[in-house]
Ligand binder design. Structure first.
Ligand code: DAH
Length: 351
């Protein structure tokens, strides 16, 4: 065995694993030095002493070299680790992508807040609705031509799915189930459940069986309004819609009404709002005085459920408007389909 060569090997060991292997090779149980020491006994006494001393010096030298190299390697490893794991505390943090509200939510929030200020409550209804609440009770019987304008999606409800009425009762016997075509059905539900006077707005998603194009979608949002009490007049309706126009378009905002037909109001109107900034009228929705047929239908329903009739002689007004439509007109959005394609480049412009 060549000591110098061994020492050099140790001094150059590239890793702790290599070093450990060398340690085993020389000083392990079967290592070269250990073996040599064991076989000393076979030498004549003179030679044994000399060889013994020599082996012990070698052993010491090897042990020292191993220790030194181990220290070096450990230090190198530590240094490398420190370099690897340095933390630059002056680096700016990650920017969290901030979410935002959808354009429809923004407009709905704005509308609902304006009505809250006028003392309205906000309520919501089911999107799967019975034919009775969506059509019949709103004075649109099966044969009524107005139903054609709202040709819709019918839902095949099978147990365990049931439709619930406003009092928690099962109403699977009230015609078919539809994806509601408007939020107006909530007028009936709310009236059955409450005693006038009251003021409500109903934001919600509605569905139509439509060929979609730039101005038609199969799903969109409406905001419905309903006020019922004694001695409510068309002037109250006009006042509220004017107030809404001012809220949306500023001091010079105003509303215009033109007669039109909806089965659930009499008289009925369509209304537009004046947009002073652009100098034009925006057609936004329908409105009118609640048709007495609705009050009768509600009282009849209540009577069947053992509730007192409270709508006789009542008066009220209602309106319904398209939410996306307001956004489209206000921002000049060219295609209603942009709303629900989840395209961030579109949505980000409005949060
Ligand atoms: N429900 C009607 C529609 O979707 C809109 C409407 C018109 C609602 C007149 C009303 C109303 O409450 O009085 O076309």
């Amino acid at each position: 065995m060549d000591l110098n060569q061994a020492l050099e090997q140790i001094g150059k060991a590239p890793t702790l694993e290599h070093l450990q292997a060398l340690k085993v090779q020389y000083l392990g149980k079967n290592g070269q030095i250990t073996q040599a020491l064991k076989s000393l006994g076979q030498l004549p006494p003179e030679a044994r002493r000399e060889r013994g001393q020599e082996l012990n010096t070698w052993k010491k030298a090897l042990e020292e070299a191993l220790q030194t190299r181990e220290k070096e390697l450990r230090q190198e490893a530590l240094k490398a680790q420190l370099e690897r794991e340095t933390l630059d505390v002056s680096l700016p943090g990650y920017a969290f992508p901030a979410g935002g509200l959808h354009l429809t939510s923004l407009i709905l929030g704005e509308l609902v807040n304006l009505f809250r200020r006028l003392g309205f409550s906000v309520v919501e209804g089911p999107e799967v609705e019975s034919e009775f609440f969506n059509f019949d009770a709103l004075n649109m019987p099966e044969w009524h031509p107005a139903r054609d304008m709202q040709d819709t999606f019918w839902v095949d409800l099978k147990p365990p799915f049931t439709l619930q009425g406003p009092l928690g009762e099962t109403v699977n016997d009230l015609g078919g189930a539809v994806l509601r075509t408007h939020t107006s059905g909530m007028q009936i539900r709310y009236m059955i459940q409450h005693t006038p006077p009251f003021r409500i707005v109903v934001p919600g998603r509605v569905f139509r069986y439509e060929q979609t194009d730039a101005s038609h979608e199969a799903m969109f949002y409406q905001l419905e309004g309903l006020v019922v009490g004694p001695n409510i007049t068309m002037a109250d309706l006009k006042g509220a819609i004017h107030e809404l126009a001012r809220g949306l378009f500023g001091k010079e905002g105003k509303a215009r009404f033109q007669p039109t037909y909806f089965p659930f109001v009499e008289p009925g109107a369509q209304f537009a709002m004046w947009w002073p900034e652009r100098g034009k009228w925006l057609e936004l929705g329908g409105a009118g005085m609640v048709h007495p047929y609705l009050f009768r239908a509600v009282d009849d329903y209540r009577a069947r459920q053992g509730l007192p009739r409270v709508y006789e002689g009542m008066t009220g007004w209602a309106f319904g408007m398209g939410v996306e439509r307001l956004a489209i007109l206000r921002y000049g959005i060219p295609d209603i389909r942009y709303f629900y394609q989840n395209r961030l480049s579109f949505l980000r412009q409005f949060r």
